[in-house]
Design a protein around this ligand. Sequence first.
Ligand SMILES: [Zn+2]
Ligand SMILES: [Zn+2]
Length: 274
Amino acid sequence: MVLTIINKQYYIISKHITLSGVSFFMRIEQGSEGMKIVVVYGAPMSGKTTYVRNAMTEYDLVFDYDALTHAMTSTKYQQHNDNAHTLVMSMRDKMIDHAKQSDNGVLYIVTTFLSYKLMSEIETHFNTQYKRMDTSLDECKKRIHDSDRPNKEHVMQVIHEWYGKYIYNKKLTDSDELSRKSKALYNSKDWENIKAMAFERDNHLCQICLRKNRNTKANLVHHIIYVKSDYEKALDLDNLMCVCSACHNKIHSKDEKEVFAGEEKQKNVRVIKV
Ligand SMILES: [Zn+2]
Ligand SMILES: [Zn+2]
């Protein structure tokens, strides 16, 4: 007998009966109302859209922030547009309300990062599932490299941010050996060279401010996947991002305070192998 409690409101009781070597599966569902909401999240190029397209039936709906923003603006992928943001977010609220009131089908919500706002909006909906794309960092890097996207460098940074947030930066190592290695790294010619390449690539502008359409001079080069998380990526240009001091402080203080609480808050994550 299996008893599953989801959000304390809903339960499924399933029972396996074996008769003469044949296994029967009995499932009694209670409390079914509203569309199922499936949140599909993963790094850029991890295959979210393809996954949803293959899973969807004719009754289902999909909310895809990037696709909707792209459809109503002339912005590049993941570039911010205030007007579009307000409209697209109100559309998401409407779609979630609709899902709560309708009976058939699935509402897929495609997102790169899980936000508190989204999670709290659907927290009370019993029929919710989170699916995390399990594509590897190297595979995402290869896909963006081989693609014809115009702003590959930016997408590459977002890919590293995603892996930093959900995978690598969850595990920080701190040892005397690592401190020695980091100290040597920051004094090395290799670091000076790669830093100069990063500044040149990012036009000496803070990449975080740029997303909000602000031009701020960058004075620091940040390791998106921390040196303490993976020393091997310390001299990887794709893992570097030029930022201003204010944004750099925000990145680190935010990460320390609330890192990953978002995902851990809900226990219902299924990892999609692709
Ligand atoms: Zn900044
Ligand atoms: Zn940093």
